[in-house]
Ligand binder design. Structure first.
Ligand code: SF4
Ligand code: SF3
Length: 555
């Protein structure tokens, strides 16, 4: 195996990448290799679907499969090698169907039928040994000796960004948000990679194109979420338990949460959110369920402690799952793209076994001694609803600066930077946050400025579109560009969804992003130089120095 797709990747002084029997995340070599092979297989589907689409023919099921398949290869999503064997066979069948569609359409339209090579020709080996031998031919670093590290790194940037795009597009798709433009863009990017591009300029342009595509995807996801669940409004969320039976739901998929809320109505079971599911409490149709009781635990990397202490079953709907320990292994379930060997997997919202487990388990014996809440629900509309107040506060000098501290969390010690940054930001600044890194500081009391809370939680990383809208609206109000606003972006990345959002920010021309806690291992020094020169991307230093720099730059 060789994998360097996430921030947690194994690093030594001279190299980076998980290349032993198990990655730092717990992904074993077999699963990692099968994931590489699945990426190869979906490239083959895209080679045909892109050409079929050019002739006016599309296979929606195949397009959706590609999103789902790429999502399963994201960090901390699916660790179950057996599931990947099934997905590989499904990929080959899907590819054959799209190939037939392309060839029939071409013949019907008297167009030339191209003979394709590369991933388009792949046939799954009959057994695991054969599949692993095939995987060894298509690692993410394929061709490195021929084209060099920079080109391979840029290809990886596109692939990893694309995985993030696919995950967000899948989230939108399962809520009814489908877009031809998005399906076509994903197929184009995969086809581009299947051609083993060697030109650095073309690779960078493709990466920025992917950032633009991701903006469309984020918009699609935003309207899928708000169309289905309403517009989030500021909402206090209980972070202390209530006596009674309980189920914990983690991950990003609001549709799964809604299905479970419906299924458990009137059953005397309280539903708690965990991790990136916290912003669900801000949505009108979700919070209308009285048994959506509160939030439990902190960020994903603390789940082994938090899940062990939760007295009911747990449902993982997307990233980030880590190895379930024996204290809760028998009561955790996966759904959608998520998988862990030996953990029960529930499909198509058939959550009956989860409900049965909740009824059989003790639940919370008592109410917490003291009720504590935090505030969520500052999506685009909620913040823009108080835009006048915000603008007045900026013009009057009460708000000096905005810090958007968003993105992923992780276990690395350097991530204390984000706690130090948020809590160290001066009292005349506002902190906007989204993604799971907020767990570093969201229980801190930030106070308010003229009735505006100093900490505004925009939502999941899935809600990046809201943050972009807020920045755009502020720029409009002040008659300037986003880069000229008193706003600094502090992006903490961990996995590939963050890579997609980063590409979007770059494609929008946003400059001077502070990126950390470490830089992606697949970004080589030469590529980094270019990103620094073009976009002013800066690695983080200390919270104190970066706060001072940001305020000085704006002064
Ligand atoms: Fe390593 Fe991250 Fe890949 Fe897991 S996902 S194997 S931690 S680089
Ligand atoms: Fe977090 Fe895994 Fe990325 Fe949605 S839940 S931001 S790391």
């Amino acid at each position: 195996m060789f994998c360097y797709q996430c921030e947690q990747t194994a690093r030594t002084d001279s190299s980076a990448g998980c290349a032993t029997a198990k990655g730092m995340c717990g992904k074993d070599a077999t699963t990692a290799d099968l994931q590489d092979l699945l990426v190869h297989a979906v490239k083959g589907i895209a080679q045909y679907s892109r050409r079929a689409r050019a002739l006016g023919a599309a296979d929606r099921e195949a397009d959706a499969f590609v999103l789902y398949a790429l999502f399963t290869t994201l960090t901390n999503v699916n660790f179950n090698a057996t599931r990947f064997v099934g997905l590989l066979n499904e990929a080959a069948q899907t590819r054959d169907r799209v190939k037939a569609l392309y060839e029939t359409t071409a013949r019907d339209k008297s167009a030339a039928v191209e003979t394709l090579s590369g991933p388009a020709l792949w046939q799954p080996a009959a057994d695991m040994e054969g599949l692993q031998a095939q995987a060894a031919e298509v690692p993410v670093t394929a061709g490195q000796t021929e084209v060099g590290e920079d080109i391979v790194g840029l290809r990886a940037l596109i692939l990893y960004g694309l995985k993030g795009v696919a995950a967000y597009a899948h989230h939108a798709y399962v809520l009814g948000g489908a877009s031809e433009e998005v399906f076509a863009g994903v197929a184009d990017a995969l086809d581009f990679l299947a051609n083993e591009p060697k030109d650095a300029g073309a690779l960078l342009e493709q990466a920025l194109g992917l950032g633009r595509l991701n903006l469309k995807v984020m918009e699609l996801l935003d309207s899928a979420n708000t169309g289905r669940f309403g517009t989030p409004t500021p909402t206090p969320v209980r972070v202390t338990p209530i006596k009674g039976k309980a189920i914990l739901v983690s991950g990003h998929d609001l549709g799964d949460l809604e299905a479970l809320l419906k299924l458990t109505e009137g059953k005397g079971i309280n539903i708690y959110t965990h991790g990136e599911m916290l912003p669900a409490h801000g949505y009108p149709t979700l919070k209308a369920y009285p048994h959506l009781a509160g939030n439990w635990g902190g960020a994903w990397q603390d789940q082994q402690r938090d899940f062990a202490e939760f007295p009911g079953p747990i449902l993982m709907t997307s990233n980030c799952i880590i190895e379930p320990n024996p204290r809760y292994r028998q009561r955790i379930f996966t759904t959608g793209p998520v998988g862990w060997p030996g953990v029960r997997h529930l499909e198509h919202h058939a959550f009956g076994p989860l409900v049965d487990a909740a009824l059989a388990l003790p639940g919370f014996k008592d109410d917490a001694a003291e009720e504590k809440t935090i505030l969520v629900g500052f999506g685009g509309d909620a913040v823009l609803g108080v835009a006048d107040k915000v603008i007045e506060a900026v013009k009057g000098g009460a708000i000096k600066h905005f810090f958007l501290i968003g993105g992923c969390d992780g276990a690395a010690p350097g991530r204390n930077y984000y706690t130090d940054f948020a809590t160290g930001a001066p009292n005349d600044t506002v902190v906007l946050t989204l993604g799971c890194n907020k767990y570093r500081f969201n229980q801190h009391d930030f106070g308010a400025i003229g009735g505006i809370p100093r900490l505004l939680d925009i939502g999941q990383c899935n809600d990046s579109y809201s943050a972009i809208r807020i920045a755009g609206a502020l720029a409009d109000a002040f008659g300037c560009e986003v880069n000229d606003l008193p706003l600094s972006l502090i992006v903490s990345w961990f996995e590939q969804k963050a890579a997609a959002v980063l590409l979007t920010l770059l494609a929008l021309g946003i400059k001077n992003i502070h990126l950390g806690p470490t830089l992606p291992a697949f970004i080589t020094p030469a590529v980094l130089d270019q990103l620094v020169e073009t976009f002013g991307i800066r690695p983080i230093s200390t919270a104190e120095a970066d706060i001072a720099n940001a305020l000085n730059r704006a002064a």
